[in-house]
Design a protein. Structure first.
Length: 308
């Protein structure tokens, strides 16, 4: 493989991306770079299904568990960090392997992003303070006044996108919807991508989601949630909305039974995986597609990589 190559492994939660990434990395002398918006957070590796110590000892992993849970990670920050890591891996004459289920991150890396200037920290703090003092409904109404088009696309409950739209207008005095109509800019125009997409059936994915959540509980996910609860974090933070976190918090706070919390977490995980599957199936072009979850049969994938 020549310089400027990037392998992307994408697919819904519980589809086997992490295991495939390790096998690919071992095959091509690669370094795994995280593109999952929840695996960037510390103190919650089990509930976010981060690679474990064994995985990290086999292959180098980067951009996993880099933020404290009170940080509001976003696509702009991730793109900047990922670009640095990709260039670093290239300099080491290795292949960057981008792995994750956050479609927005992957799409922006491959296809480019709008040329929105970076938002200063003081503006982010100002909007965060406004959100804490008021409500998401208030912020959504304010967005309607300045950017009706974006307000129609952003759910009043989506605090991350809502805050971002307000921050951008506050900083640039230009609505987010206007920025989105400008030509895309690629962070790495010289990159040559090879995209592997995992698109299992809905039935197989449901079963994998349920099994994995049970495994998370066995490994100590509840202890992670207890620790998060002890930090008294704002429940609107991205880390606090990770799959399984809100539901298990309900149990820890005595608001529901463990059985009901687990049932709700599995349902929401299944619904999220279904949305991911639909997005990847329709939006992400792939050079190679697996139509079932990856379970370790690397011979299915290896021939495709040899042509890259």
């Amino acid at each position: 493989m020549s310089q400027n190559k990037i392998i992307v492994i994408a697919g819904p939660t519980a589809s086997g991306k992490s295991a495939l990434a390790i096998d690919v990395a071992l095959s091509v002398n690669g370094v795994i770079i995280n593109s999952d918006s929840m695996q960037v957070y510390k103190h919650m590796p089990i509930i976010t299904a981060c690679p474990n110590k064994q995985d990290k000892s086999v292959v180098e992993h980067r951009l996993f568990e880099i933020y404290e849970p009170n940080v509001k990670g976003n696509v702009v920050d991730w793109l900047n960090l990922a670009t640095e890591e990709i260039k670093s891996v290239w300099q080491e004459n290795k292949i960057p392997i981008i792995v994750g289920g956050t479609g927005l991150y992957i799409d922006n890396l491959i296809n480019g992003t709008t040329p929105i200037p970076e938002t200063p920290a003081e503006i982010r703090k100002k909007i965060a303070l406004l959100l804490n003092q008021e409500s998401t409904a208030y912020l959504h109404n304010e967005l309607k006044k300045i950017d009706k088009e974006s307000a129609l696309k952003i759910s009043p409950n989506d605090t991350t996108r809502l805050s971002r739209a307000m921050e951008i207008f506050e900083h640039t005095k230009t609505p987010l919807s206007v920025w989105h109509k400008k030509p895309m800019i690629k962070k790495l125009p010289e990159a040559e991508f090879f995209v592997i997409k995992i698109c299992p059936t809905a039935e197989e994915l449901d079963a994998k989601c349920y099994l994995r959540f049970d495994k998370m509980l066995e490994l100590g996910a509840l202890d992670e949630i207890r620790f998060l609860n002890s930090l008294n974090l704002d429940e609107k933070l991205p880390s606090m909305r990770a799959l399984g976190v809100p539901e298990l918090l309900e149990f820890i706070k005595g608001k529901t039974s463990l059985e009901k919390a687990v049932q709700n977490a599995k349902l929401h995980t299944r619904q999220y995986a279904k949305r991911q599957r639909t997005w990847f199936k329709n939006k992400l072009k792939a050079d190679f597609e697996l139509l079932q979850c990856y379970t370790g049969n690397f011979n299915e994938v290896k021939p495709a990589l040899e042509n890259f």
